[in-house]
Design a binder for this molecule. Structure first.
Ligand SMILES: Nc1ncnc2c1ncn2[C@@H]1O[C@H](COP(=O)(O)OP(=O)(O)OP(=O)(O)O)[C@@H](O)[C@H]1O
Length: 206
């Protein structure tokens, strides 16, 4: 278990109590790697991501986390960014950091250089391009020393140059964080340490 950040055991999920969207998922996710999950539309990828992220409770089975303070140690990156429009990028990140129990302006400033938005911290979301918005939402997901970054189609809204840019940023974070990406995008595969496929609620390793 020491090398694994979390483990999924005998996990089932049904939304209607009849049909299993997830059907006995068993998975061990290593620390500090990029892991991606592919599968047809409706195969249960987002459902699994939300269960891992504690945003949805499974019907049965377990997710066993090898870290404390589960909610504070997870960050989310969504296709549509989910930034608060009334707040600057800096304020969006500060709130996330505070919720995770940290108060450290330098961390935000330093990490903003890594994700190439240090010049944009005082802008509002509606002043940024889609690539910049995605980098801002990555910054929000990594401040406060998070261990696990859960991403739902993080490259979906981007052109190919920005896709490469985002995946390079994820690559630069690996070694320090585990990045778990749900995707349809082939570009994500070439950056992944491990690729899983989900089909009819069951998982296969590539
Ligand atoms: N809140 C919900 N209530 C009922 N059914 C749901 C709900 N959310 C998802 N489903 C159903 O569960 C199945 C899996 O959906 P999910 O969104 O996990 O798939 P996905 O693989 O992420 O799809 P996509 O690639 O299109 O995003 C689908 O049949 C979907 O219609």
């Amino acid at each position: 278990m020491e090398n694994n950040l979390f483990e999924i055991k005998n996990l089932y999920h049904s939304y209607d109590g009849k049909n299993n969207v997830l059907n006995n998922i068993n998975l061990k996710i290593e620390k500090n790697k990029i892991i991606s999950l592919f599968g047809p539309s409706g195969s249960g990828k987002s459902t699994l991501l939300y269960i891992i992220g504690n945003l949805l409770t499974q019907s049965s089975g377990k997710v066993i986390y090898n870290f404390e303070n589960i909610q504070k140690n997870m960050g989310f990156v969504f296709q549509n960014f989910n930034l608060i429009n009334e707040l600057t990028i800096f304020e969006n990140c500060k709130i996330a950091q505070n919720i995770r129990g940290y108060e450290d302006i330098n961390e935000i400033l330093e990490l903003s250089k890594n994700v190439q938005i240090s010049e944009l911290l005082n802008k509002y979301p509606n002043e940024l391009s889609t690539g910049q918005l995605q980098r801002a939402s990555i910054l929000r997901s990594i401040v406060g020393n998070t261990k696990l970054i859960l991403c739902d189609e993080p490259t979906g809204a981007l052109d190919s140059k920005n896709k490469e840019n985002i995946m390079n940023i994820f690559s630069s974070l690996k070694g320090k964080k585990t990045i778990f990406i749900v995707s349809h995008d082939d570009i994500v595969k070439s950056y992944s340490d491990k690729i899983y496929y989900i089909f009819d609620g069951s998982i296969k390793e590539a």
